[in-house]
Design a binder for this molecule. Structure first.
Ligand code: NAD
Ligand code: LMR
Length: 328
């Protein structure tokens, strides 16, 4: 017997990540090849954006996806999030000319406060939320704080792109397949301060740190390459990463919903005090997932350099969260 369709809401649905994401959700790559989905798509009320959304929906229809059980266009989060079980908050205000970081935070605080409140009011009580729109950790924090009736643990931010980028750099350096890399972690903020950490990583049971054995490469090549990859893509493409961001969003939600079989992945989640990160800070941690729940990998030793890196990304995040607290 076929499964009951689940409701998946996506914001910024007519944007570039939306275009790389929706077709994969509808084809079953996110929630499984036996799981029908209803797409509830949100765009700003602007006529151009709504028309573009209609075009994307025509294309979705033309794919005749067997798992696409329904599709709706919305311009109001209160209707878009109704009964939604999975929500991908992709739409965000991009930084405009002359816009300071504080202005960007404030503009996004407005969006994510309204969307958090709408989730609180109308979404499924077990909704799983992934925030992709930047600044992703702080936007996720705002949405979580605006939805006090929903479990805080169900609000997450996307660090998976950083995790995947780190894995690919290690695969290239070691000459080993990316699929063989286990136990990689990315700590902190989705920003150049994030700390990609391969001290615990293994390939076929062998230590990646020992295989690479090059601390200079770690500090001066690997970390800056992963940290500044988003900027490098913007520089090369004239547009920010879209297909790889959509792919990371699929990975994040699929692993959260369907499990990781013991494999470590990175998710931005509200801290419960793990590794000294203050409670509630939306921080990237290594986790495993099972039965729709994530569990932080605890007890990892943190050396002096790693602690410095973790402190730096934490300070940045606390600064962002302090900058929006008065708006919540
Ligand atoms: P885009 O500009 O192509 O699309 C964004 C879409 O969101 C637009 O169609 C816009 O109309 C819509 N939108 C804006 N405000 C909205 C709102 N309040 N409600 C609903 N829709 C809204 O941008 P994109 O390339 O798709 O990127 C989207 C976001 O993802 C950006 O903030 C980008 O910086 C971020 N991003 C994050 C990561 C990550 O790893 N976390 C990676 C890449 C990009
Ligand atoms: C990325 O990591 O590719 C993006 O977050 C970059 C950006 O600033 O949009």
């Amino acid at each position: 017997m076929s499964k009951t369709p689940v409701r998946v809401a996506v914001t910024g649905a007519a944007g570039q990540i939306g275009y790389a994401l929706l077709f994969r959700i509808a084809s079953g790559e996110m929630l499984g090849k036996d799981q029908p989905v209803i797409l509830q798509l949100l765009e700003i009320p602007d006529e151009k954006a709504q028309n573009a959304l209609k075009g994307v929906m025509m294309e979705l229809q033309d794919c005749a996806f067997p798992l696409l059980a329904g599709m709706e266009a919305h311009s109001d989060p209160m209707t878009a999030f109704k009964d939604a079980q999975y929500v991908l908050l992709v739409g965000a205000r991009p930084r405009g000319p002359g816009m300071e970081r504080a202005d960007l935070l404030a503009a996004n605080a407005q969006i994510f406060t309204a969307q958090g409140k709408a989730l609180n009011a109308v979404a499924d009580r077990n909704v799983k939320v992934l925030v992709v729109g930047n600044p992703a950790n702080t936007n996720a924090y705002i949405a979580m704080k605006s939805a006090p009736d929903l479990p805080a643990k169900n609000f997450t931010a996307m660090l998976r792109l950083d995790h995947n980028r780190a894995a690919s750099q290690i695969a290239e350096k070691t000459g080993k397949p990316v699929s063989a890399i286990e136990k990689l972690a990315v700590w902190g903020n989705h920003s150049p301060t994030m700390y990609a950490d391969y001290r615990f990583a293994t390939i076929d049971g062998q230590s990646v740190k020992d295989m690479i054995n090059d601390e200079e490469w770690n500090r001066n090549t690997f970390l800056p390459t992963v940290g500044k990859r988003g900027a490098a893509i913007i520089e090369a493409r004239g547009l920010s990463s879209a297909a790889s961001a959509a792919n990371a969003a699929i990975d994040h939600m699929r692993d959260w919903a369907l499990g990781t079989n013991g494999k470590w992945v990175t998710m931005g989640i509200p801290s419960k005090g793990w590794y000294g990160i203050p409670e509630g800070v939306m921080f990237g941690f290594p986790v495993t997932c099972e039965n729709g729940e994530y569990t932080v990998v605890e007890g990892l030793p943190i050396d002096e350099f790693s602690q410095q890196c973790i402190n730096k990304t934490l300070d940045e995040l606390k600064g962002e969260e302090d900058g929006v607290k008065h708006l919540l």
